[in-house]
Design a protein around this ligand. Structure first.
Ligand code: GLY
Length: 294
């Protein structure tokens, strides 16, 4: 049994670009699925799917990310392996095209888990990952929105969870953070337990307002609910409901998968575009996913 689910960020997508949101997710889920189907690992699948979404200008990750108050792109990413509980994470990276690749390098090659800014970019150099000008991460669309001080309607963070043929779960999350964030601000995405968490039982990845997600350790909480016996579809909803009890009005979404390949998704925003592959290898997409109905 293998599976993969990807998301493109929780938010008010109906005010933004709903028709555009799903096809790149479908492509990313398919790419990850092909890796799993040819015997690749869950880590390879989530990394490949996330790279496709980082490279797509629509989402707030990699190229086309939201700009800081100062007009730069600052990227955060995390990738985790449920079997070993190991993860690699980076924050405040400004010169790496695919921060999820750097996070994977840290997971595989470092004794440490989490690097920021220049230190993370030193590791990139050591791993042979090219450093590029920050301008190459800025899309025309985001630059014009920056000039107009465009309002935040979507947390366009991307994420992926996969289960491979060896029963290993992996999770990846990548983001440019919130629109017009002050430089140096880091949200939930690269924080283990907040933006992503995975163990041998289940995996969860979050999107939304990082300050709120970190306060409740949203991804860890969702996995806890699976460990307490809830199906993944319910655990995602329970974690969002728990967040709203503690922080009324909080804006966040979650994707989940358990070790049997059951999916979950929940969000407190208007929508959260996702794509996933079912047991027959068929890719599905939804702006308003609900796996309790699947
Ligand atoms: N969830 C992305 C962020 O707050 O940075």
């Amino acid at each position: 049994m293998t599976g993969i689910i990807v998301h493109g960020g929780a938010g008010s997508w109906t005010k933004a670009e709903p028709p555009e949101a799903l096809p790149p997710l479908e492509k990313a889920a398919k790419a990850g699925w092909q890796i799993l189907n040819s015997g690749g690992s869950a880590l390879d699948a989530v990394e490949a799917a996330t790279i496709l979404l980082e490279d797509h200008p629509l989402y707030d990750a990699g190229y086309g990310s939201y700009l800081t108050e100062q007009g730069e792109v600052e990227l955060d990413a995390i990738i985790g392996d449920g079997t070993t509980l190991n993860f690699g994470a980076v924050a405040g990276v400004k010169h790496v095209k695919n921060p999820i690749r750097l996070a994977r390098g840290i997971l595989e090659h470092s004794d440490h888990n989490f690097f920021i800014g220049d230190g993370a970019e030193d590791i990139a150099r050591r791993l042979g990952i090219e450093l590029i000008s920050n301008l190459l991460l800025v899309s025309d669309r985001e630059f014009s929105r920056f000039e107009k001080r465009y309002e935040q309607t979507v947390y366009g963070t991307v994420g992926a969870i996969a289960l491979d043929n060896d029963g290993r779960l992996a999770v990846a999350t990548s983001t440019g953070g919130t629109r017009l964030k002050p430089r140096g601000r880091v949200g939930d995405s690269p924080v283990w337990g907040a933006g992503a968490y995975v163990n041998q039982v289940a995996a969860a990845g979050a999107t939304g307002k990082g300050e709120q997600i970190m306060r409740v350790l949203l991804s860890q909480r969702a996995v806890d609910f699976v460990e307490e016996g809830q199906p993944a579809s319910q655990a995602a909803k329970s974690a969002i409901a728990n967040m709203l009890d503690l922080l009324p009005g909080a804006e966040a979404g979650l994707i989940m998968m358990d070790r049997h390949g059951n999916y979950g998704a929940a969000y407190s925003t208007q929508a959260m575009p996702v794509a996933w592959v079912d047991g027959d290898g068929i890719v599905h997409t939804a702006m308003n996913p609900d796996f309790s109905a699947v």
